[in-house]
Design a protein around this ligand. Structure first.
Ligand code: ATR
Length: 277
C-alpha cells in the first residue's frame, strides 16, 4: 500500500513513523513517504501520486485547504473546517476528503478527562486553521459551551457564526478573554491552545483563575512550541497536555479509513513520547 504526507515544509513530520508503526501492528506492507510540495505545485503532485496507484495521503500545513478543494467528496468535518488532513483515492480521479484532527482531539481528551469534552465549558484560544479543525467535533462531542478568543476578534466571530448550529459558541478578543475581571465565562473546565504563538516561544498570558478546579490546559502544539505553556501550567499547578496524543489519534483515524484496521494508538504514543519528550 502506497501512502504519503504532503506538506511544505514536511521533513519534521512524525506521520511516516506513526503510520509505519500502525502497519507493523497488522503485518501490512506499507510505503509511507514525506513529500514536500509548494502550494503552486501541490495539485499536480497530488494528481501524479494518485495516478501512481497510491491509496491516499495525509496533508499538513499549508496545504490542507487546497486538499479539501481538490476532492470531489468530503466529510462534514472537512467542509466545516474548509480543510482536509486526509484524502482517500477511491480511484485515480475520485477523491474523498476528511478531516480527522477534531475527532483525534476528542479521542485524546477522552483519554485524559472522564467523558472527554462532554459537559465541559471550553475556552478555545485562537481562531485559525487549527481551531477550525477542532471546533465542530468538540461541540458534537457534547461540550456545554465554547468561548473562542482570538487576537483578531473578527476571525473568532466568523468561526463562532459558522458553528452556531452545533451549540453555544461565544467569542471575544484575546485580551478580553484572558483578563480575570472581564473573562466572559470563566472558570473553564478545558482551555485549548490552538494559536501558533508558541512557535515564537510565547505562551498566552493566562491567569490561574481562568481554570476551574481539576481543569485541563490542552495545547494542540507539541515539542518546543508547547514548552512555554507547559512551564506556565507546571508553575501554576494546572494540568497540561500537549498535542502529541491528538497527532497519533488523528493518524489512527486516517489509517482506519485507508486500511479498515483500527490501530492501537496508545502503544505508538508511548513509543513516540519516549523520543519527543
Ligand atoms: P493554524 O493553521 O496553525 O491555526 P493560522 O490559520 O495562521 O494557523 O492561525 C494562527 C492562529 O494563531 C490565529 O488564531 C492567530 O491569531 P490572528 O487570527 O489574530 O492572526 C494566532 N496567533 C499567531 N501568533 C500569535 C501571537 N503572537 N499572539 C496571539 N495569537 C497569535
Amino acid at each position: 500500500m502506497k501512502l504519503a504526507v504532503f506538506g511544505h515544509p514536511v521533513s519534521h513530520s512524525l506521520s511516516p513513523e506513526i503510520h509505519r508503526s500502525f502497519a507493523a501492528q497488522f503485518g501490512l506492507d506499507l510505503q509511507y513517504d514525506a513529500i514536500d510540495a509548494a502550494p503552486e505545485s501541490f495539485p499536480d503532485a497530488l494528481g501524479a501520486f494518485a495516478k501512481a496507484g497510491a491509496t491516499g495521503c495525509n496533508i499538513t500545513l499549508p496545504l490542507k485547504t487546497l486538499a479539501w478543494e481538490a476532492a470531489g467528496r468530503s466529510s462534514d468535518e472537512a467542509d466545516r473546517a474548509r480543510a482536509a488532513n486526509t484524502l482517500v483515492f477511491e480511484s485515480f480521479s475520485n477523491w474523498f476528503a476528511d478531516n480527522t484532527d477534531g475527532r483525534g482531539l476528542v479521542r485524546d481528551l477522552k483519554r485524559l478527562l472522564p467523558g472527554g469534552p462532554a459537559d465541559r465549558r471550553i475556552l478555545l484560544l485562537g481562531a485559525g486553521g487549527a481551531a477550525a479543525g477542532v471546533l465542530g467535533p468538540l461541540l458534537q462531542a457534547g461540550a456545554t459551551a465554547v468561548h473562542i478568543a482570538n487576537r483578531t476578534p473578527e476571525r473568532a466571530r466568523s468561526l463562532a457564526e459558522h458553528h452556531a448550529d452545533l451549540g453555544t459558541v461565544r467569542w471575544s478578543g484575546l485580551a478580553e478573554a484572558l483578563s480575570p475581571d472581564e473573562a466572559p465565562a470563566a472558570p473553564y473546565d478545558l482551555v485549548i491552545q490552538s494559536t501558533s504563538a508558541g512557535h515564537a516561544g510565547k505562551g498566552p498570558q493566562l491567569t490561574p483563575d481562568l481554570f476551574a478546579p481539576g481543569a485541563l490546559c490542552y495545547d494542540l502544539n507539541y515539542g518546543a512550541a508547547s514548552s512555554a505553556l507547559a512551564r506556565w501550567c507546571a508553575d501554576h499547578e494546572v494540568m497540561h497536555a500537549d498535542g502529541l496524543g491528538m497527532l497519533v489519534e488523528q493518524a489512527g483515524l486516517s489509517f482506519a479509513l485507508w486500511t479498515g484496521h483500527t490501530p492501537d494508538c496508545r502503544t505508538v504514543l508511548k513509543a513516540l513520547r519516549s523520543k519527543v519528550g
